[in-house]
Design a protein around this ligand. Structure first.
Ligand SMILES: O=c1[nH]c(=O)c2ncn([C@@H]3O[C@H](COP(=O)(O)OP(=O)(O)OP(=O)(O)O)[C@@H](O)[C@H]3O)c2[nH]1
Ligand SMILES: [Mg+2]
Length: 191
């Protein structure tokens, strides 16, 4: 952030695992970026991932009263035309890891894309800007600790491991979240 900005950047999320990864990723590298956090559940509209992300960030900026970031994660099955997409949270809650596999029974491809969309607003009334990161993978029967969402059923292409089986620094090198944060970082450093 530029030295003229007086308020700290706030990451608004209700998800402790996201917050941990974001802090890990942004603290790496030559120019660490510090974020405060506020645990607020912001209502999420229906729509494309980008529409959901922009609306959520607008609402968050109003509540925070200053610069903030929000994040939306989608899990897009190729066989299902990109669904569950931004609705993965409800699918995960209702169906669990086994159900996320069963959705694909009978389909020839288990390919899926993890999509992370960060939105940044400079403050209330400022239109959010979005930064997207994507990682290709395959939906597999759960392997590894079931700590974070669908990590145990998502195997990024070419790794032979699910996200859940990877040490966090390995996931943070290739994840949808790390790719989106690299773009956000570049933007913040250009301000
Ligand atoms: O295995 C995972 N690895 C990840 O890297 C990851 N990132 C998000 N998720 C899950 O996908 C849904 C997104 O919904 P979501 O973007 O609305 O998040 P959320 O409601 O939990 O938090 P927030 O919206 O308050 O920030 C939620 O079920 C998250 O737990 C992940 N699962
Ligand atoms: Mg949410």
């Amino acid at each position: 952030m530029s030295s003229s900005s007086s308020k700290a950047l706030v990451f608004v999320t209700g998800n402790a695992n996201k917050l941990r990864e974001v802090k890990e990723i942004l603290s790496e590298g030559g120019h660490p970026i510090e974020v405060d956090s506020q645990s607020l559940e912001i209502p999420e509209i229906q729509g494309t991932t980008q529409e959901v992300a922009i609306d959520k960030c607008r609402r968050a900026a109003e509540l925070v009263g200053g610069p903030c970031i929000t994040e939306d994660t989608a899990l897009c099955y190729k066989a299902l035309g990109g669904l569950p997409g931004p609705y993965i949270k409800q699918f995960m809650t209702e169906l669990g890891h086994e159900g996320l596999n069963n959705l694909l029974v009978g389909f020839p491809t288990k390919a899926a894309e993890a999509v992370c969309t960060f939105a940044y607003s400079a403050g209330p009334g400022t239109e959010p800007i979005v930064f997207e990161g994507r990682t290709d993978g395959t939906i597999v029967p759960a392997r590894g600790p079931k700590v974070f969402g669908w990590d145990a059923v998502f195997e990024p292409i070419g790794t032979g491991m699910t996200y859940a089986e990877m040490p966090s620094d390995e996931k943070n090198k290739i994840s949808h979240r790390a790719k989106a944060l690299a773009k956000l970082r570049a933007h913040l450093q250009s301000l």
